[in-house]
Every structure is written in structure tokens, then in C-alpha cells.
Design a protein around this ligand. Structure first.
Ligand code: MGD
Ligand code: MGD
Ligand code: MO
Length: 914
């Protein structure tokens, strides 16, 4: 290979079409030409993928060289003379296009976006002198993606997207010469292949050979709106292609968290927004309608129990009912659940409304069910509940530990970066009782016993101390409490913990050595860690581990609790939490309270409020009688649903603000039809602490109103004097009380794709890696807090011999409110299903697919089954998105004492054929 076939490490100067130009480091000839505005046709090259140089449409002539060179993967050398427009180069370029065009479908051009068509037109390639080959038939077996390989030019962009970007390895090449063809798995129909429908291949395809199903690819959008994904906390940036107030399709944008990538939900999960069951008019409960959910054909027919009302009447009814309870019961007779699906501005106003109109701190949201325990441990030990390093830092890490997290399903785009890192030689260690997909990419898989995190992690720390792999300097300078921790860990020898956690002592020693001695080790964790009655202790162990080894405070290491909802980080930051105001400022600190009283011109409740599950208990006790719930579905997402639903049913007054007739809305007295994500503008904070702008792309249906407008109207009805004219005003107020975002301006968010906090002064770049010098605690040091091993609240016994683990699936979102109404997602996973080990299925005489009855001490469900060898035979995994088999009928509402998070990840069950 000559030097010019390698990227240049520094800038070089050369002539391009007679003009002297400079190529920056790493720039190919094609990239320089593009920068100079010189058009060279190219098909197999696209910015986001590795250049492959296979289509030869981009060939250029290099002085002194016999053969034309593909400019996409050729790098200029000093003094080189390159011509892209010479007769010889252009003849070759046109010939390539003509050959490719000869195979392209003639009558039905597949897509107006075809890059082949574009370049043929540009270079005036009109006739085709070559015979057509026999063409493969269309494959319509997948609900989201159609392949019409007659338009395929074998450029391999889909293959690189599938294999190298998303690391899904579904697409390959088969055949030789003119028979060469793209295939899925072993030439399976796409719909039957292992494709996870991320659609990266569709986005990469230059000709429409792989297209969105239906005819959307043939339609031209009237506008493109840059926004963010409404699903998970990764915060992928995307573009809505909109025509006639409806979203045609979605494409990934080059955001810092996704680099153009999306997953199946972000790309194909948007049509819930136009589902026929969208709420379009305010509804008031009929006086004779009982408060219950009936699972029958009328499910979701609101008009059986409700009547339509005008906005005026509905708002009056909503606020009057709340005011009545306030008067009779006092402030603490009321409570509110806000939303982590809405914007920062909505969440801020929601907590402000509850605190200033209801005068109570009884305001919480799904963070309580999610990372509340992680946040409790983080705040206690390092003084800040957010992540220390962004996901993207895996590129700088040597070791990546993933514990209690199933990212290919739940943070799929982050998972692509984990998989890329593993491919690039980083050590991936996966710890989970269930062997999930990401385990295939791992160097070490610790499939340990559920509920034994503390035992396993303490043993790993014991080993680190025993092998003297602790970071003595870091411990000395930046932490306190090491002596106590060290003493506490003495008993947790790997040998003694091995039978408890089920991982051999040698493995624990090895993992200890790898984690502690790497230049940079990062820990990512999910709900498997947090959703236990000892979730805070689980998280404490992870924090101890990072601290004693000094694996925090630099790029490529640190602690990252992967945030779940698209705005759970933001909703927590702006104070949708009962103990804190915005920016985690304690409500029981008199000085802080005074500051907020001055700003909000009111008197505030000095006592921390109740949390989600505590609120359900307080309703049962008759203490709370009225609630305002916006964008949450506790009648599905809370533990022990029989208890939670009877609580909701016994409320005297329940106001629900949602986009669908959810299970929770069935218990409402009044329902306010709100705006879905693409129907409004606001800011959202992702798992990396990046604030990003979501922009309105379409209008809401019928009389549905924007959430912010509804909040303003509710505030007015409750007697508050608010003068916000839109989200920008709210954001500006937030900046005044939140030092973390004080330096971020609305204008900057509009102009830049994302700004990371802490960003305290205008113009600050924003810190993606924190704790570099000190921890935000008094004295600046982190506290090491020992955690003792303890068991789940309810262990299996003779009556209930199996363990139930609940969680998620790729295609569905939580309670299914959105995704079961998204056509592609629902057709990919249409029915309730439990994952069961094949041996256990056999033991109860079932074949996979048949129905099972699962009972716990609190309820029962009947669901379909799927065989899953990733589980142990004593455990069943049940997603909680199916209303007809609601997992939370079974779960235990026992709480972690610090985080107040319920034990979603562990309860005892029995099973039988249904
Ligand atoms: N497709 C999809 N994606 C989502 C969501 C969704 O509903 N659907 N929800 C979003 C939200 S809000 C969240 S919080 C995240 C959650 O994302 P994850 O944390 O990945 O979610 P889960 O599937 O609940 O559980 C993760 C893992 O915990 C493991 N686990 C079970 N018991 C234990 C244990 O005792 N110890 C340990 N260490 N692990 C255990 C399970 O086997 C499972 O693999 O996902 C977000 N992304
Ligand atoms: N068994 C079990 N239960 C769990 C968990 C588990 O692992 N196992 N995980 C827990 C976790 S981590 C979480 S985060 C919770 C999630 O629990 P929830 O937050 O209750 O679940 P979602 O289904 O996301 O509810 C969001 C609601 O907002 C509505 N919505 C969507 N967009 C908008 C909007 O723009 N405006 C308005 N007004 N409404 C909107 C949707 O229709 C839906 O009703 O579930 C918890 N429950
Ligand atoms: Mo969550």
C-alpha cells in the first residue's frame, strides 16, 4: 500500500482540478472535493460509514498513476495532482452509473430519494446499453421494512450499517459475480430473520432497495423538523419528515448521543400520535359510572363511562374538585404525579403548581419506581445524582461493566456503542441473572443469582483489597470512611460469597483484577440494581467499587446509571420530587425554602412530601383524597396493582391529563386531552446530562391542547397568577433557580444541538465529565458507605417456589400506552408473553407459545410463553406492558427504606398450565 492509501495524520496540500487545496488530517480526496463544492458522484460512500470504495462511481485521475482511484478511500499526498472532471475520469464515472442503472427498476422508480437517480441526472446518463439481470422478488415479510432488491447496487452500505454501526450482524452478501446478493441471516425472509428493525439499513440505502414498508418512501415531505426521540433516556436526535400535518417517516440525526443512529421505536414507533384512540375532547365522568377497569371489547371506549365536555367546563370541574378537597382536608389531602415523558418546562410548572397551589410537597413521578435508590446512594456518597461520564466515554475506557441492564432492548442505541467498543478491543463485563443479548459481545458474563448483588460486589471489593489493587492516593485524598469499609468487607471473601451469588471465586478475583487495574473502567447500571428493597445498598456497592479503585473523575471511567424515560433526568432536576425543589435543593432547609418563597411569592410547606407508593397508602388511609396525574399510568406501572387500583378508585377527585384513555384514566373524574411529543416544543435532558430541544412538528388532533397550556389553565383555575407566554419564559425562570443550567440560553439550545450541564455561565462549554477535582459534598470528599448483604422481601417457598423478574422488551414502552398503539411495534410484539426456560416449560407440560397462569400472593395473570435459555429454570421474566396480563398484579410493593423504590425485580410465584 502506498502512503496515500492511509489517512494523513496531518494536513497536506495538493492540487484538485488545477487548484491548490489543503486536506485536513484524515480527509479523503472525496471529502476535500465535497468541502470545496466539487461534485464527484458516489454511491457506496456515505458520511457516517467507513469508506469501502466498491462502487467506483467516484473515481478520479491522479497524475502519474496508470489506474483511476476511488476518491472516497484515497488520501491525497503532498503535491499530488488530482482531476475529477477529466474526460477519462468522467467516462469511467458515467460507465459505472450506466451499468448500475441498467439493473434498476425502469417503470416504478422506487424512491424519489434515490441517489443513483440523482447522479444519473447530474451526469446526464440516460440510456442503458446493457442487458438487465434476472431480478429478485420483493420481500414484504416485515411490517416496517420492504426490500426490493431489483434496485440494489451491492454498494454494501446496508451491510456496513447493520454490521459495523449497529453491530447487529443480520445482513450479509451471498453469491458470486453477477449473482451477488444482499441476504438476511441465511437468506431468510426479512420478517423471519433476526433483524431488530433499527432501520439503519433503510437510512443507509442509496437506491430504495431497502425502504420503509408501504409507499412512504415515494412521498415527498413538505417540511423537516429537527427534534429528539420521545422514548428512552439515550436522547437520540432525529428529524421528522412531515407532510400535511402527519409524520411520513423519521430519520436519525447526527446528535452527540446517537451519531445518526436510531432503534426500532425511534424510527418506526411514531404513529401512536395519530392513533384513532387519541383523546380529542375533555371528558367528565358520568355520575352513575363506577370506577373500575373492564377488560372487554369496550376497553378504551371512554364514552361508556364519560361524557364529552367543553374545555371551560372540564377545567372548572377539575379545579373545583381539587379546591374543595384542599379546603376540607388541607394541603396534604392532595397529591400530584408529574411526567418524565414531558419537557423540563412542563415538569417544572407541574411541581410549582402542586407546591404553590396545593401547598404540599406531595409531588413525585416515575423516577421513584426507577433510579430513586441509585440517586439516594449517589447523593449521599458523592453529592450528585447524575452520571459522572457520558455513554460516549466508552471509546476512552478500557473496561466496561454492565450490571442489571439490558441495553440492546432498553437503550438500544447506547448498546451499539457498547458493542462497537467491545469490537474495538475493550473488555466488556456483563453481570445479570438473565443472559441477555449483549452477553454475546462480552468477555466475561457473570450470570449470578438474582437479589445477590451486594454479596457479589462486596466479594469483588474484598478481592481488590486483598490483591492490593486499591488506589491508595485516591482513597486518601478524595474519600472518607475507608477504614470502616475495609473492615466491613473482611467477611465478604469471594470463597464465602461464591455459593450465595453463584459465581466461582476465581471469576470474582479475575473480574476484580480486570476492573481495578484498567486505565479506565466504567460502570453502567439499570433496574436490576435499583428495583430492590436493598436497591440503595446495591448502588452503594457500585459507588464504593469505583471510589476505592479511583475509577472516577477522568474521561473513560466513572458511574453511569442509565436513565430510562426520555426526560427522567430533567424531570428530577426541575424538582418533580417530594423532598427537593429544582436542582435537588432540600425543601426542609429553611434558607433554601425562603429563596423559593421569594421567587414564587408564596408560603411553602417545610416538610418533605410523600412518594409514589406512599401516596397510594395514604389514599387507602383516607388522608389523600384528590390527585392530579399528568403523563403517568400508575394503574399499570405501580407495584401490587390491586392495591394501587383500589386506591385510585377510592379518590374523591382525580384529574388525569394524558393522550390516551389509559388504565389510570379509567379511574378519573375528569380527563384532559393533551399533546403528544411531536406536537409541542420544549427541552429534554438525556442520560448524559445533555439538554436538547424537542420541536413541534405537527398539530394536536381535535381539541387536544398542549400540556403547557393545560397547566397554565389549571394554574389559573386554582387561583395562581402566572404570566408565561411559552416554554422559553419557563426555561428562563428555571435558569434563575437552577445553578446547573444557569448558563444555558434558549437561543443556544435552538442553535446548537445539545448543551451539557453543569453549565453555570453563559458561554461555558458544559462539563461532560464531572468530579475531576472534588465531589460536591461538604469538604469535597466522597463518602464510602458499607452495605451489608440482605434478601428480598419475599423469597420463594414451597407454596410459591419460583422467582418472578419483571422488566421490558425492545418493542414496547412501559405500560404499552404508546407502543401498543404504534402499528409497527405492536405487530412485532402483539401478545402478552412471559419468558420461561425450556426445562421449566417441560416440567409443567407446556410447549413454548402455550399459555401459563402465574400467581403471586397478590394476584394472578394468564399469558403466552416464549422459551428463553438466558434465564435459569427457577425464574420467569415478564414484561409489564400488557394490560391483559399486567405484571404488576403480581409484584410486591415492599419499599427500599432510603430510595422508597418498590421491589419490581423479585417476588415469589407459582405457575401452572392455563
Ligand atoms: N424498549 C424499552 N426500552 C426502555 C423502556 C421500556 O419500557 N421499553 N423503559 C425505559 C426506562 S424508564 C428504564 S428505567 C430503562 C430500564 O432499562 P433496564 O434497566 O435495562 O430494564 P429492565 O428490563 O427492567 O431490567 C434490566 C435487567 O435487570 C436484570 N435483573 C433482574 N434481577 C436482577 C438482580 O437481582 N440484580 C441485577 N443486577 N440484575 C437483575 C434483568 O434480568 C434485566 O436484564 O429502560 C428504558 N428503555
Ligand atoms: N413490574 C414493573 N413495573 C415497573 C417497572 C418494572 O421494571 N417492572 N419499571 C418502573 C419504571 S423504571 C418506570 S420509569 C415506570 C414507568 O411508568 P409510567 O411513567 O407510568 O409509564 P408510561 O407508560 O411511560 O406512562 C407514560 C404516560 O404518559 C402518557 N404520555 C406520553 N406522552 C405524553 C405527553 O406528551 N403528554 C402527556 N400528558 N402524556 C403523555 C402515555 O400515554 C402514558 O399514559 O414503570 C415502573 N414500573
Ligand atoms: Mo424507568
Amino acid at each position: 500500500m502506498t502512503q496515500s492509501q492511509h489517512p494523513n495524520a496531518t494536513a497536506v496540500s495538493f492540487t484538485l482540478n488545477g487548484v491548490t487545496v489543503t486536506a485536513q488530517a484524515d480527509e479523503s480526496i472525496l471529502q476535500v472535493a465535497q468541502r470545496q463544492g466539487i461534485e464527484i458522484p458516489h454511491l457506496c460512500y456515505t458520511e457516517t460509514l467507513r469508506a469501502d470504495g466498491n462502487c467506483r462511481a467516484c473515481v478520479v485521475e491522479i497524475e502519474g498513476e496508470r489506474i483511476l482511484a476511488p476518491s472516497c478511500c484515497r488520501y491525497p499526498s503532498e503535491g499530488m495532482s488530482v482531476t475529477s472532471h477529466s474526460k477519462r475520469a468522467m467516462t469511467a464515472q458515467k460507465m459505472v452509473l450506466e451499468l448500475l442503472q441498467s439493473d434498476a427498476p425502469k417503470t416504478n422508480q422506487l424512491t424519489p430519494h434515490s441517489e443513483l437517480k440523482h447522479w444519473c441526472e447530474k451526469l446526464a446518463v440516460t440510456e442503458c446499453r446493457f442487458p438487465e439481470r434476472q431480478q429478485p422478488a420483493k420481500d414484504c415479510s416485515h411490517p416496517a421494512i420492504t426490500t426490493s432488491l431489483d434496485a440494489c447496487i451491492q454498494c454494501g452500505r446496508c451491510l456496513r450499517a447493520c454490521r459495523e454501526e449497529q453491530a447487529n450482524d443480520v445482513i450479509g452478501f451471498a453469491g458470486r459475480g453477477s449473482e451477488v446478493q444482499i441476504i438476511f441471516d441465511m437468506a431468510d425472509p426479512m420478517g423471519l430473520s433476526s433483524c431488530v428493525a433499527c432501520g439503519e439499513c433503510v437510512q443507509a440505502c442509496p437506491t430504495g432497495a431497502i425502504m420503509p414498508a408501504g409507499d412512504v418512501g415515494n412521498q415527498l415531505a413538505d417540511k423537516q423538523v429537527h427534534s429528539v426521540c420521545p422514548y428512552c433516556g439515550v436522547g437520540c436526535q432525529l428529524t421528522y419528515h412531515v407532510k400535511d400535518n402527519s409524520i411520513l417517516f423519521v430519520e436519525g440525526r447526527n446528535g452527540p448521543a446517537n451519531h445518526n443512529r436510531l432503534c426500532v421505536k425511534g424510527r418506526y414507533g411514531f404513529d401512536y400520535v395519530t392513533h384513532r384512540q387519541r383523546l380529542t375532547k375533555p371528558l367528565i365522568r358520568r355520575s352513575d359510572a363506577p370506577k373500575h377497569i373492564e377488560m372487554d371489547m369496550d376497553y378504551n371506549n371512554p364514552l361508556r363511562d364519560f361524557r364529552e365536555a367543553s374545555w371551560e367546563e372540564a377545567l372548572e370541574f377539575a379545579t373545583k374538585g381539587l379546591k374543595k378537597i384542599h379546603k376540607k382536608q388541607g394541603p396534604n389531602g392532595l397529591a400530584g404525579f408529574g411526567s418524565a415523558k414531558g419537557s423540563n418546562e412542563e415538569a417544572y410548572l407541574f411541581q410549582k403548581l402542586i407546591r404553590t397551589a396545593f401547598n404540599t410537597n406531595n409531588v413525585d413521578h416515575c423516577t421513584r419506581l426507577c433510579h430513586a435508590s441509585s440517586v439516594a446512594a449517589l447523593l449521599q456518597m458523592i453529592g450528585s445524582g447524575a452520571v459522572s461520564n457520558p455513554v460516549a466515554d466508552v471509546a476512552d475506557a478500557e473496561v466496561i461493566v454492565l450490571i442489571g441492564s439490558n441495553p440492546t432492548s432498553n437503550h438500544p442505541v447506547a448498546a451499539t456503542f457498547f458493542k462497537n467498543a467491545a469490537r474495538d478491543g475493550k473488555t466488556l463485563i456483563v453481570m445479570d441473572p438473565r443472559k441477555t443479548d449483549i452477553a454475546r459481545y462480552a468477555d466475561h458474563v457473570l450470570q449470578f443469582n438474582p437479589d445477590t448483588d451486594v454479596a457479589m460486589l462486596n466479594a469483588i471489593m474484598h478481592a481488590i483489597i486483598q490483591l492490593d489493587l486499591v488506589d491508595h492516593n485516591f482513597i486518601e485524598q478524595r474519600t472518607e470512611g475507608y477504614t470502616t469499609l475495609k473492615k466491613h468487607l473482611q467477611d465478604y471473601t469471594p470463597e464465602r460469597m461464591a455459593p450465595i451469588c453463584g459465581i466461582p471465586a476465581e471469576t470474582l478475583y479475575e473480574v476484580a483484577r480486570i476492573y481495578a487495574s484498567a486505565k479506565g473502567s466504567m460502570i453502567f447500571w439499570g433496574m436490576g440494581v435499583s428495583q430492590h428493597i436493598h436497591g440503595t445498598d446495591n448502588a452503594r456497592c457500585l459507588i464504593n467499587l469505583a471510589l476505592i479503585t479511583g475509577q472516577i473523575g477522568r474521561p473513560g471511567c466513572g458511574l453511569h446509571p442509565l436513565r430510562g424515560q426520555n426526560n427522567v433526568q430533567g424531570a428530577s432536576d426541575v424538582g418533580l420530587i417530594p423532598m427537593v425543589y429544582p436542582d435537588y435543593q432540600r425543601v426542609d432547609n429553611a434558607e433554601i425554602r425562603k429563596k423559593f418563597e421569594a421567587l414564587w411569592q408564596t408560603t411553602l410547606d417545610p416538610n418533605p412530601g410523600l412518594t409514589v407508593v406512599e401516596i397510594m397508602h395514604a389514599i387507602h388511609d383516607g388522608n389523600i383524597q384528590g390527585m392530579y396525574i399528568m403523563g403517568e399510568n400508575p394503574a399499570m406501572s405501580d407495584p401490587n396493582l390491586n392495591h394501587a387500583r383500589t386506591a385510585l378508585a377510592s379518590l374523591k377527585h382525580l384529574v388525569v391529563q394524558d393522550i390516551f384513555m389509559t388504565e389510570t384514566a379509567h379511574y378519573a373524574d375528569v380527563i384532559l386531552p393533551a399533546s403528544a411529543f411531536p406536537e409541542k416544543t420544549g427541552t429534554f435532558t438525556n442520560t448524559d446530562r445533555r439538554v436538547q430541544m424537542g420541536r413541534q412538528a405537527i398539530d394536536s388532533p381535535g381539541e387536544a391542547r398542549q400540556d403547557l397550556d393545560i397547566l397554565l389553565a389549571m394554574a389559573k383555575g386554582l387561583g395562581l397568577q402566572w404570566n408565561y407566554t411559552g416554554p422559553r419564559d419557563v426555561f428562563n425562570e428555571m435558569r434563575q433557580v437552577m445553578p446547573s443550567i444557569a448558563g444555558i440560553t434558549w437561543e443556544r439550545l435552538e442553535a446548537e444541538s445539545a448543551v451539557t450541564y453543569p453549565c453555570s455561565h453563559e458561554g461555558d462549554s458544559g462539563e461532560s465529565v464531572i468530579f475531576q477535582e472534588q465531589f460536591p459534598r461538604a469538604g469535597g470528599k466522597a463518602a464510602l458507605i458499607p452495605a451489608a448483604f440482605s434478601h428480598a422481601d419475599e423469597l420463594p417457598d414451597d407454596d410459591y417456589p419460583y422467582i418472578l423478574i419483571t422488566g421490558r422488551q425492545l418493542e414496547h414502552w412501559h405500560t404499552g400506552a404508546m407502543t401498543r398503539r404504534a402499528s409497527v411495534l405492536n405487530s412485532l410484539e402483539p401478545e402478552a408473553v412471559a419468558m420461561v426456560h425450556p426445562d421449566l416449560l417441560e416440567q409443567i407440560g407446556l410447549h413454548a407459545g402455550e399459555s401459563i397462569r402465574i400467581r403471586s400472593r397478590r394476584g394472578e395473570v394468564v399469558t403466552g410463553t416464549r422459551s428463553d435459555r438466558g434465564l435459569n429454570p427457577g425464574q420467569i421474566f415478564l414484561p409489564f406492558c400488557y394490560y391483559e396480563a399486567a405484571a404488576n398484579m403480581l409484584t410486591n410493593d415492599a419499599l427500599d427504606p432510603d430510595g422508597k423504590i418498590p421491589e419490581f425485580k423479585f417476588c415469589a410465584i407459582k405457575i401452572e398450565q392455563a
